[in-house]
Design a protein around this ligand. Structure first.
Ligand code: NDP
Length: 248
């Protein structure tokens, strides 16, 4: 992927940072779009350690203008877009009957509006460039099963599959591929509250055939693989990385 520009939203920590590192190790120049400046600066230092150019761009993925400006800055500084990973996401846990509308809207705003706005910006850029390209949408295995206390999150992640499949169909004629990455239980800031619940951690670990949760670093290769321009026939796929949880 040398010479390609990759964007990873939420690439400053967790799964997104691992994905960004995978891209950098494969030779891509990487732009990290996120809100927190300090973690983004740290991430960029780490990415540059792999000998590529890296850029932190302050961006709320659910803000249309910020997304447009982030793309312009990325392409101006790193060159034409090669691959785009819509990874930024949040969750909110509450029993369904107690879920405030505000929480529902907050989760859908980031996870669905954010993916819509950012992948639309990426798709527009790919079409204008006439270069083809790759989009990876980070969904979740929660789109494959019911998860108590996760109504908004599960709805958003299942919606992302519909978005990603549609992009795969609609953008194929522009040689733009779109694949979905579905992580299972992974140790990050997002899951820190769940990890503090020992009964929950023990139950999910016991139900996972490999008998553990994933570490973020385990997502390095898979996203770079999905983004590899050589995979010209590989689109519309849902790649599950969950230690076998959903097939058990
Ligand atoms: P983290 O909480 O560690 O990271 C979330 C990332 O999203 C951060 O980089 C954050 O950056 C960014 N982000 C959140 N809101 C916005 C926003 N409005 N604009 C820009 N960036 C934003 O979570 P994970 O690494 O665990 O999650 C990454 C993705 O993987 C998410 O989409 C999540 O749903 C998905 N996933 C995670 C699983 C897990 O078990 N951890 C399982 C399945 C899917 P900042 O706050 O600086 O903006």
């Amino acid at each position: 992927m040398a010479g390609l520009t990759a964007v990873v939203t939420g690439g400053n920590r967790g799964i997104g940072l691992a994905v960004a590192e995978g891209m950098a190790k494969a030779g891509a120049d990487v732009a990290v779009w996120a809100r927190d400046g300090a973690t983004s600066a740290d991430a960029v230092e780490r990415l540059r350690g792999h000998g590529v150019r890296a850029l932190a761009v302050a961006c709320d993925v659910a803000d249309e203008q910020q997304v447009a400006e982030a793309m312009t800055r990325t392409v101006d500084e790193l060159g034409p877009l090669g691959c785009f990973v819509a990874n930024a996401g949040i969750s909110a846990a509450a029993p369904f009957v107690d879920t405030p509308l505000e929480d529902w809207r907050r989760v859908l705003r980031t996870n669905l509006d954010g993916a819509f706005l950012t992948t639309r910006e990426a798709a527009r850029r790919f079409v204008a460039q006439g270069s083809g390209g790759s989009i990876v949408v980070v969904a979740s295995t929660v789109s494959r099963f019911g998860a108590a206390n996760q109504a908004a999150y599960a709805a958003s992640k299942t919606g992302l599959l519909g978005l990603g499949r549609t992009l795969a169909v609609e953008l194929a004629r522009h040689r733009v591929r779109c694949n979905m990455l579905l992580p299972g239980w992974t140790r990050t800031d997002m899951t820190a509250p769940a990890l503090r619940n020992e009964r929950f951690t023990a139950a999910t670990t016991a139900r996972t055939p490999v008998r553990r949760w994933a570490e973020p670093a385990e997502f390095e290769e898979v996203a770079a693989f999905l983004a590899d321009p050589a995979l010209t026939f590989h689109t519309g796929n849902e790649v599950v990385v969950d230690g076998g949880y959903t097939v058990f």
